[in-house]
Design a protein around this ligand. Structure first.
Ligand code: SAM
Length: 274
């Protein structure tokens, strides 16, 4: 069974249905049976988001804008700067709005989930800020973070599969974020992301790319007052939670949307497939 990372819901209902289609193609039958779509909207969506219609990164970003997933110009700019094709396995349809297997029982998240998380974190990814990407996988979002926070900022990826860390570094080296890696404002580390990465804490922005049964304490601790953590939480049923640390250190949590991500777990459990 393909394990996927995608969202179920978006801002406008009609757009939501269209956007959900590509991801539902990869869903498990018991989950997809909970959603109903007209054949018309499904075939329209297929034309827009299947590999046949989208050949270029900018067209993919344009479609995400057209369907209301991206409203921020900054997110448009960074997703146009970092070419997704450099981060997907060779021969994969890079610009499909779909998660894709990258080995080790995990996926690169779908473009609409990357866009959603970038947008939720945008105000916390300004030049000079510190960002942590837990479960950095291919390195795509870590590269986007590095571009957004710039050379005076700090973008840190933490991933527990050493082979993925190596390949993510190769991906980043081919991308527009290569200079940040070379100059040291971007780094990727092999570690258990549930513990965060204290060395460069506190963080203005923390993104978690895998679903935790509950929000890990160290990630809250490593969040700066005024900072934001975006994390999928749950097991079979998951919510993308937005956790804001207030200036007095208290936290406010809200759910953005229902999602389905691979678990934030131990390396052994992931490689066993459970
Ligand atoms: C759905 S993938 C997303 C990867 C990344 N956001 C991307 O789009 O390329 C989730 C990633 O989290 C990693 N992961 C899961 N549990 C982890 C843990 N405890 N510590 C660090 N990484 C973890 C997986 O190996 C996988 O690469």
């Amino acid at each position: 069974m393909l394990i996927v990372a995608y969202g179920f819901r978006y801002c406008a209902p009609f757009r939501r249905n269209l956007l959900n289609y590509a991801t539902l193609l990869h869903s498990t039958s018991h989950l997809s049976s909970r959603f109903h779509y007209s054949r018309d909207s499904l075939s329209r969506m297929e034309r827009y988001f299947s590999g046949s219609g989208i050949k270029k990164n900018s067209a993919m970003v344009g479609n995400l804008q057209r369907f209301g997933v991206i409203s921020s110009q900054k997110v448009v700019e960074v997703m146009q700067t970092i070419d997704r094709a450099l981060f997907v396995p060779n021969g994969a349809s890079a610009y499909d709005d779909s998660p894709m297997g990258i080995g080790y029982n995990v996926t690169i998240s779908a473009p609409h989930m990357h866009a959603t998380c970038l947008q939720l974190l945008e105000e916390h990814l300004k030049p000079g800020m510190h960002a942590l990407d837990v479960g950095s996988g291919t390195g795509y979002l870590t590269a986007c973070f590095a571009v957004m926070v710039g050379p005076q900022g700090r973008a840190v990826g933490v991933e527990h599969i050493p082979e993925l860390v190596s390949s993510s570094i190769e991906n980043i080296q081919k991308s527009e974020a290569a200079s940040y890696l070379k100059e040291g404002s971007l780094s990727v580390h092999v570690a258990d992301g549930r513990l965060g990465w204290p060395e460069h804490a506190p963080y203005d922005a923390i993104h978690v790319g895998a679903a935790a049964p509950e929000i890990p304490g160290p990630l809250i601790e490593q969040l700066k007052p005024g900072g934001r953590l975006v994390i999928p939480v749950g097991n079979l049923f998951q919510e993308l939670q937005v956790v804001d640390k207030n200036m007095d250190g208290s936290i406010t949590v809200r759910s953005e949307t229902s999602v389905r991500y691979v678990p934030l777990t131990s390396r052994e459990a992931q490689l066993r497939g459970n």
